[in-house]
Design a protein around this ligand. Structure first.
Ligand SMILES: CC(C)(COP(=O)(O)OP(=O)(O)OC[C@H]1O[C@@H](n2cnc3c(N)ncnc32)[C@H](O)[C@@H]1OP(=O)(O)O)[C@@H](O)C(=O)NCCC(=O)NCCS
Length: 302
């Protein structure tokens, strides 16, 4: 049984930063505490870096392109209940994508629908941004940990995949090789540089996409567990699988890696190599097939 939903107000921290620096610092401190308690060190950016992104966004009245860094928090009275960082990135061809960065809810408030509310608010933000800048809303990209059924880990194998599949409607970018076998696009988050010169190794993730058609975020048209059999092979007629053009997939991944290139904490060299690797793996494939996250438990990462 889900716990009862609390009364929540979703607040845009960039807007708060614009209006009241003291209030911003108070709320940001609470939100960053939840962020630091929720993610492993190899995937986290520093608070100084995130504060700079928010300050820049608050100072910036926009370059007219439609780019925007966002940091939303759910407020329960005066208490910050979580955090959600994402970017809206314009792409060539007058389109707009979102890169969903980090979403976390305070441990004691999980399972009450707070993350679901944050995602609903994100959709409203994104579609409004596309409308304001007259851009075509393409959808969102997210980095999701691959389920690993060999370990007993509910957050990894049940809660996160459930949230990303049911609420975000994310699916994984794959190509279909000879013999109807799936291959997941080899996506890595660049390693963060901690000390001058020392860069951590890149972190493997599932490259996930949520699609917008017309002006609506769409659920995946195929259910979890329906696409990939236990041997990693297609178990549906290929026509029923959602697809996207490889060129569009590459454009979105380029948008994401460009966002990392902008950050001071990453190696541009390493990012170039990661992007080249994806490009090479897409050569010869015109289509990218979108597979439900839970099904990827049966596709080995090569
Ligand atoms: C993932 C996370 C953000 C979900 O936040 P939340 O506010 O507890 O989520 P919600 O209550 O809105 O639930 C949303 C969905 O998540 C899944 N979920 C949440 N708690 C779950 C649980 N205990 N068991 C199974 N599924 C669960 C369900 O699919 C749920 O949808 P439903 O209620 O329709 O079944 C939260 O667990 C968290 O902060 N985890 C640590 C950080 C993290 O993993 N972030 C995501 C990766 S970036």
């Amino acid at each position: 049984m889900p716990k009862q939903s609390p009364s929540i107000k979703i607040v845009d921290l960039v807007e708060v930063c614009r209006q009241d620096r003291h209030k911003f610092e108070r709320l940001f401190k609470q939100a960053q505490k939840i962020y630091h308690a929720s993610f492993r060190s190899e995937e986290k950016e520093s608070t100084a870096c995130i504060r700079r992104f928010i300050w820049d966004a608050a100072r910036d009245s926009g370059d007219g392109s439609g780019y925007r860094f966002c940091y939303l928090i759910p407020l329960l009275g005066k208490r910050v209940g979580g955090m959600f960082m994402f970017e809206m990135i314009p792409l060539p061809g007058k389109s707009l994508m979102a890169f969903l960065g980090y979403i976390a809810v305070d441990r004691s408030l999980r399972g009450m629908g707070i993350a679901k509310r944050l995602i609903q608010e994100f959709r409203r933000f994104f579609l409004a941004q596309a409308k304001q800048y007259k851009l075509k809303p393409l959808g969102g990209f997210g980095e999701v940990e691959k389920p690993d059924l060999s370990v007993a880990d509910d957050l990894r194998n049940k809660i996160r995949p459930g949230f990303h599949h049911n609420v975000c409607n994310f699916g994984v970018m794959t190509v279909l090789t000879a013999g109807n076998r799936f291959k997941i696009l080899p996506y890595f988050q660049p390693g963060i540089s901690r000390n001058r010169g020392a860069i951590e190794p890149p972190v493997p993730f599932l490259p996930c996409i949520m699609r917008v058609f017309g002006k609506t975020f769409r659920k995946l048209p195929v259910g979890a567990g329906k696409v990939v059999d236990h041997a990693g092979q297609l178990k549906l007629p290929i026509k029923s699988l959602p697809v996207m053009n490889s060129a569009v997939a590459l454009q979105m991944i380029h948008g994401v890696y460009n966002s990392y290139r902008e950050g001071a904490e990453y190696s541009k060299n390493q990012i170039d190599k990661l992007e080249d690797n994806i490009r090479r793996n897409l050569e010869g494939y015109r289509k990218v097939y979108i597979v439900p996250i839970p099904d990827t438990a049966y596709i080995p990462l090569k």
